[in-house]
Design a protein around this ligand. Structure first.
Ligand code: HAM
Length: 430
């Protein structure tokens, strides 16, 4: 029989302790900021009925990216590719009992059948932060402020990243009213806009020409505007349009007042998911090494109506673990790995194991993290293990130590040695 491969399934990651420690660091910062804004954590199963995504997640996710299977009871089941439909389902299910506005967060693992590449894997973790029950721009401002605060919390400067904004209302107006496109054509164009950054200008222009031959020039001059002012100047000045533009301007101006000045308008920002219906945004590292969005989100006031009943206004974002890790590596601001054990007890002989365990127990009760070497190997080899595992301090237990209760604590990095008793050991390793 052929040996079974030790490789993980394509596009997913194993988390060895060093990777897990990084992951916990990322999650810790995400949690800290979400909770500082008063958001409460929720969770759900990775399994969902497949139909949950058919309504509004968008063709790309549903047809090309989901892991869907039929269970033993002939039900179509999907491994969740995103958390928004799940949280929407949960909120809709208890709408009568919940006290709005809800401020909820979660860090789920999500599954998407994508081509694995830098910043894209098949199982990723995503911080999801959503506020339900707020119709005003305060919701967008709070959600975008939190995204900015998370980047700062990781040690990034505002000059390092950019918050790109657009409005689905403006884009829908352009496609449906201004250009009078039917639903299918409008959908095709919005998917092309979504791909614009990934293809050449020539290919983009040609594809637009193919889909809307008579209207391509008008559309391209608009979509190729150099900035917000130029874009706005090309739109009609009707009250309807002015209102939509003002909404976006208000959010940007109020973020600026809060000290968030790294926002930019981007008329090519569509967001692939179909449920967004207001302001949408994405956060990008400015370093070209990381070309993928680290955050993506927006307003989706109509998603909850797929469950029947009244709609519930909602704004939120998803932030991916893979992209933020890449960014922190690029800026060299990921903290170095530290193992849990602060002290490693090397033991000269089997006869001293019991004593080593007693010491370890006392130290643990006192809050010191301790591991004992029970290998029976030479002391030199035991020390090598501690060093390889990056444990910072060791003590060795032999006859002298047992009799005297006096230890020598060695710091493996500096080589420094300190004399200690059981009472003073803690202060030597902390
Ligand atoms: P999304 O834009 O699909 O939005 O994903 C949000 C973020 O998750 C991306 O910007 C990226 O950092 C990360 N991400 C997505 N797919 C992958 C992947 N295959 N590998 C690694 N990272 C990935 C949503 O999922 C929305 N449901 C977010 C949301 C929450 N909107 C409102 N509330």
């Amino acid at each position: 029989m052929k040996d079974i491969s030790t490789e993980p399934y394509k596009g997913v990651r194993d988390f060895y302790p060093e990777d897990m420690s990084t992951q916990n660091y990322l999650f810790g910062k995400m949690r800290k900021v979400a909770e500082s804004f008063g958001y409460n954590e929720y969770g759900a199963s990775v399994l969902e009925p497949a139909e949950l995504y058919r309504a509004k997640s968008g063709e790309e996710i549903v047809n090309e990216q989901t892991y869907t299977f039929t269970d033993r009871g002939e039900r179509q089941v999907t491994l969740r590719p995103e958390m928004t439909p799940t949280v929407a389902r949960m909120v809709a299910a208890k709408k009568q009992e919940l006290a709005f506005p809800l401020r909820w967060y979660s860090i789920p693992n999500l599954f998407r059948y994508e081509k694995p590449q830098r910043g894209r894997v098949r199982e990723h973790w995503q911080l999801n932060v959503d506020i339900f029950g707020c119709v005003g721009a305060e919701a967008e401002i709070e959600i975008i402020s939190m995204a900015s605060q998370i980047m700062r919390e990781f040690g990034l400067k505002d000059a390092d990243f950019e918050i790109r904004l657009n409005s689905r209302k403006i884009m829908n107006y352009i496609l449906n009213d201004l250009m009078s496109l039917d639903e299918e054509t409008a959908h095709k164009i919005s998917k092309l806009i979504d791909k614009k950054q990934k293809i050449s200008k020539q290919d983009f222009d040609l594809s637009i020409e193919e889909v809307i031959p008579g209207k391509a020039t008008e559309f391209l001059t608009l979509i190729n505007s150099k900035n917000f002012e130029e874009f706005v100047a090309k739109l009609p000045k009707s009250q309807e349009v002015v209102e939509k533009i003002d909404e976006l301007k208000e959010v940007m101006a109020r973020l600026e007042k809060l000290g968030i000045t790294n926002t930019v308008f981007d008329q090519t920002l569509m967001r692939g998911l179909d449920y967004y219906d207001g302001i949408v945004f994405e956060v990008f590292d400015k370093n070209p090494e990381n070309s993928r969005a680290v955050f993506g989100g927006g307003r989706y006031d109509n998603l909850l109506s797929i469950f029947g009943g009244e709609k519930v206004p909602a704004v939120g974002f998803g932030m991916g673990d893979v992209v933020i890790k890449n960014i922190l590596e690029t800026y060299k601001i990921l903290p170095a790995y530290k193992p849990e054990a602060e002290l490693y007890i090397c033991v000269m002989k089997k006869d001293y194991y019991e004593y080593a365990q007693e010491i370890a127990q006392k130290l643990r009760e006192d809050g010191v993290k301790v591991a004992i070497d029970f290998s029976g190997r030479k002391i030199g080899d035991q020390i090598k293990t501690a060093d390889k595992q990056k444990i910072p301090n060791i003590i060795c237990i032999g006859e002298d130590e047992m009799k005297s209760g006096q230890f020598k604590v060695k710091n493996l990095k500096s080589g420094e040695e300190k004399a200690a008793t059981l009472e003073t050991l803690k202060s030597c390793v902390k």
